[in-house]
Design a protein around this ligand. Sequence first.
Ligand SMILES: C[S@@+](CC[C@H](N)C(=O)[O-])C[C@H]1O[C@@H](n2cnc3c(N)ncnc32)[C@H](O)[C@@H]1O
Ligand code: SF4
Length: 443
Amino acid sequence: MIPIVPAAADEAAANAAAVSVQHSAQHYLRPGTLQLKALPPLSLYVHLPWCLKKCPYCDFNSHELASSGPPAENANAAGRALDGGLEQRYIDALMADLEQALPLVWGRRVHSVFIGGGTPSLFAPESIDRLIGGIRARLPLEPGLEITLEANPGTFERERFKAYRGAGVTRLSIGVQSFDDAMLSRIGRVHDAAQARAAVQEASESFDTFNIDLMYALPQQSLHQLAQELDTALAFAPPHLSIYHLTVEPNTVFANRPPVLPDDDLASDMLDLIAERTAAVGLQRYEVSAFARSGHRCQHNLNYWEFGDYLGIGAGAHGKLSFPHRVLRQVRWREPQTYMQHALAGRAVSNEHEVKRRDLPFEFMLNTLRLRDGFDLVRFTERTGLPLSAVHAALLSAQQRGLLDNDEASGRVRPTARGFDFLSDLQSLFLPADLPPADSAKG
Ligand SMILES: C[S@@+](CC[C@H](N)C(=O)[O-])C[C@H]1O[C@@H](n2cnc3c(N)ncnc32)[C@H](O)[C@@H]1O
Ligand code: SF4
């Protein structure tokens, strides 16, 4: 879902050079070969990078909190908290970052906000209130927009979720992963099953809409165990469920010491079970890993998958911004201290580049083909600024292979059931001709 981040070595090299790569808005408004007739909806992603402990499978930009020193006054259930001064300095940096970015999104309304991590629920509700207030003061927000906050079990005390709601959060995403104590310890989580259930219960009492994150194909997991996980999750009647196939990512503890994982056949049976159980309770699979009741799809993630725009602020945050003749990708400094230092000095962006014309079809398909309902052909032209002829041959080839349905009457292009099962093969058909096939994004 979140694009690739630069290697730490690149960041160190750029840091040594200490050159700002950020161009002015005027630079991006100059003429070019792409013709975007309208700009897509704009979302805002805010990255809060700290966690109590780094999980052994995780390759997100998350950094373990120093465990030394006495618990702070606002300590969470696990007995540790962010230092209040650090929290405020980080929000100062986010506000400086946002202000530097404003000329690039001038006059555009924001359709959704996602506060992700790391573990955003380590931040006190008062800090989240300050953050959302600061965003509102600087950007025009669509009335009633979705504001999601990611929360981890075991990082909050009772009533904290209600306080987040009071601060303006409208949707909570709870990172449960598993409701089984043995499994939670096998995957190195800091919370137990009782804390996971308590978090979901509290989210369901405090919010009209919320999400549970689970993973499957976990170390030594059986089909029966997965069935029990689903029973527990579905008993809470979640409006939204995200279920990710565990991926062993390079440079993680699991990559160095691989656990015993279900084989491909078992993983495929697991996905069938997930599809069956979720459908039975009215949760629709609208994206590879996302299931929702009617009216509860995640607006923020939908905007990513529809190749919309997003401004990303915070350590290591990625952004994609469109202009009438180009599409820009940005990355902020990854390491939190480096990020704060640079953002406060007016240089939050560590890397930015214009997406090459030849890469746009694949980038568009990498996102939109993750959706069960695919995309409208007119959107391809609208969001990439390219003529349809740029993908005509690949669309035809995908249809001939039975991977894609192209409904000419409605102009809607959808992956077939087979295309959805072999998504990376389907997406690879849209790679620039001279590049080798790449793996699809994480599910
Ligand atoms: C931004 S992450 C972390 C959210 C939150 N800090 C947590 O751990 O619960 C969002 C979700 O990605 C999923 N995830 C993280 N690493 C993964 C991996 N290696 N394979 C599959 N899913 C993963 C987890 O379900 C996680 O809840
Ligand atoms: S708590 Fe979430 S973000 Fe933090 S290390 Fe674990 S999976 Fe990654």
